[in-house]
Design a protein around this ligand. Structure first.
Ligand SMILES: [Zn+2]
Length: 284
């Protein structure tokens, strides 16, 4: 059975002189109290795994999808650092945690959720809540702030970097026989994180690299497709292709799951997709 996956968004500020890890070893990601200790531990391990990855056979097309001059653990770590700043749990209620800063702020909400259909229902894997709140505000000319991890952050850019855990991130039927801390599952979650990271980019009508509605396939009617060659799904497909090669000592079923996930992500690209400017939008 082909299992469908899709993914998501993120943000973080670069302090390159500090090296890849901050003192917590998690690329500067701050976890909200709605993230359980177990989830926090797993996600921190996922992020740390990036540091041990190496890449070969990188093509121009691969780099074009992620807008990086090279693929390395350092470049990918920095990519996440700029786009994934906070991770919040399933219980995080953005509408309850947001505050209006300005009601007439001069600046089209879209779905930023990643879906997975492990069985016959679609579940959210992760969501770029930061981008979603930003675009909500932009649509109604409202400037919001968001209370995350005891901090009040101004939501004036797609790069707020607040990523929300969905029910499918840790509870997918995919690789149900593999433990949550297996390399394969870590790589799949990282694929999702990179997807969400891309939702922190883009500007104008493409702010947040929104999904487009699927017109065919298993996700017809869902905003689970994309028309950008450098968008979240196509980036995820590329990164999973490389993660597949990094899945040392992985079982056949684990390798197969990564391959299927990459193929599924690649299949979300619509006919005639084009590359778009990835510069993030900032409202001043
Ligand atoms: Zn997405």
């Amino acid at each position: 059975m082909i299992k469908h996956w899709s993914v998501l968004f993120i943000t973080a500020v670069s302090l390159s002189s500090c090296g890849l890890f901050n003192k917590d070893g998690n690329y500067g990601v701050t976890f909200d109290s709605t993230v359980s200790d177990t989830q926090k531990e797993l996600l921190t391990g996922d992020l740390q795994l990036i540091n041990s990855l190496s890449f070969s056979g990188v093509t121009y097309d691969d780099l074009d999808r992620i807008d990086l001059p090279e693929l390395s653990s350092e470049s990918l770590g920095n990519f996440l650092r700029l786009r994934v700043k906070y991770i919040v749990g399933e219980g995080f209620d953005a509408s309850a945690q947001r505050t209006i800063i300005s009601s007439y702020f001069n600046y089209s909400p879209s779905s930023f959720s990643a879906f997975s259909s492990p069985f016959d229902r679609v579940v959210t894997v992760m969501t770029n809540t930061g981008s979603a709140v930003y675009l909500d505000g932009k649509k109604s000319s409202i400037l919001y702030s968001l209370n995350v991890a005891d901090q009040k952050i101004l939501v004036n850019t797609t790069r707020v970097g607040v990523i929300k855990i969905g029910e499918g991130l840790f509870n997918s039927s995919k690789l149900s026989s593999s433990s949550s801390d297996s390399i394969a599952k870590r790589l799949l979650r990282l694929g999702t994180l990179f997807h969400e990271a891309r939702h922190s980019d883009g500007n104008g009508s493409n702010a947040g690299f929104p999904h487009t509605k699927c017109t065919s396939g298993d996700f017809v009617g869902y905003y689970a497709c994309e028309s950008n060659t450098n968008g979240p799904y196509n980036l995820e497909a590329m990164i999973l292709k490389h993660f597949y090669r990094s899945c040392y000592n992985c079982s056949e079923s684990e390798l197969s799951a990564i391959q299927l996930s990459a193929a599924d992500a690649a299949s979300r690209l619509t006919y005639g997709a084009i590359k778009r400017d990835a510069q993030p939008e900032v409202a001043r």
